[in-house]
Design a protein around this ligand. Structure first.
Ligand code: SD4
Length: 295
């Protein structure tokens, strides 16, 4: 508790990301540069089927990416529905730093990335393409709960000065409609922070997190005095209550991570199976299992 710096990120793929972010923080890099460097690891890893290169495509076989980043001054940048660029987190950072805007989408985001020197490449691996062809035989849209234990990577950082920042990157829900954008690039849904209070970030079914402004609400509850765990829990309960009679309930999973200014952290999910990586000075990097509402 209270240890600085501190890094937390979602799922097993958070571990190598945390290690890289930690290394960069130790080398004196800014939290934003450290988050970017960490998130580029799962983005580039073809074995991670839910982020960046190697991610599952949409129903038309196109890999479309969402990402955002936010710093302690509440500056933020995001890209949505971006195709052909391996590192959406880096494009999101450039949107924040090099444009007057917060979000660029689709073709405009791609044009911006190319103008910033990013290279266009094919992100659909042979494995992901084969899975897509197999999916097409039935073509049923049914998000997988705890997809191979990785889903979106969301990360929150407290730097050595106690400032909070965060990021989020994903290839979104597998077999989504072409053009679908999830919670991950939306400030307030997939990620939110207020440096006076704390930060929160989500994973899971983006539609449910957008409907409830999930991450923003977790931060607001912490502002009112709730601990990170109490805040995550209350919002997961709210999401459950709003969805218990909803068509999405069958495959609904949502998970949140949160940190506050005292360095307390938590993870909480609707269903079991959500875990997250944490890194601090005392114990290095390790996984923790989130507590949850139901199996
Ligand atoms: C999204 N939260 O786009 C992300 C990840 C996901 O099923 O694929 N969820 O909704």
């Amino acid at each position: 508790k209270g240890s600085k710096p501190f890094v937390i990120s979602t799922w097993n793929h958070g571990l190598p990301a945390n290690d890289e972010t930690w290394k960069q923080l130790k080398n004196g890099k800014s939290a934003i540069d450290a988050i970017e460097a960490g998130m580029r690891i799962p983005e580039a890893d073809p074995k991670v089927r839910s982020v960046g290169y190697g991610g599952f495509p949409d129903r038309e076989g196109k890999v479309t990416l969402d990402a955002c980043i936010m710093d302690h001054n509440s500056d933020c940048g995001a890209v949505s529905f971006l195709q052909g660029i391996k590192h959406p987190i880096s494009v999101a950072k450039n949107v924040m730093q090099n444009t007057p805007h917060v979000m660029l989408s689709g073709e405009g985001a791609l044009q911006f990335a190319l103008s910033e020197g990013f290279k266009e490449e094919n992100l659909l691996t042979a494995e992901a393409e084969a899975d897509w062809k197999k999916w097409m035989e039935e073509s049923k849209y049914k998000p997988v709960i705890n997809m191979e234990n990785h889903d979106t990577i969301s990360m929150l950082v407290i730097d050595k000065d106690g400032n909070i920042s965060g990021g989020c990157t994903t290839s979104g829900a597998a077999w989504k409609m072409h053009g679908r954008v999830g919670d991950s690039p939306i400030i307030g849904a997939g990620l939110f922070l207020d440096n006076e209070v704390g930060g929160a970030a989500s994973t899971g079914l983006g539609e449910a997190v957008i409907r409830t402004a999930g991450s923003a609400m977790v931060v607001e509850l912490m502002r009112q005095g709730k601990s990170p765990l109490e805040a995550c829990k209350e919002i997961v309960e709210r999401i459950y209550n709003k969805h218990k009679n909803h068509r999405d309930m069958e495959y609904l999973q949502v998970g949140f991570i949160a940190i506050n200014k005292n360095g307390e952290h938590a993870g909480y999910s609707l269903r079991s199976g959500f875990n997250y990586a944490i890194t601090d000075e005392a114990e290095g990097s390790r996984m923790e299992d989130a507590t949850f509402k139901m199996s």
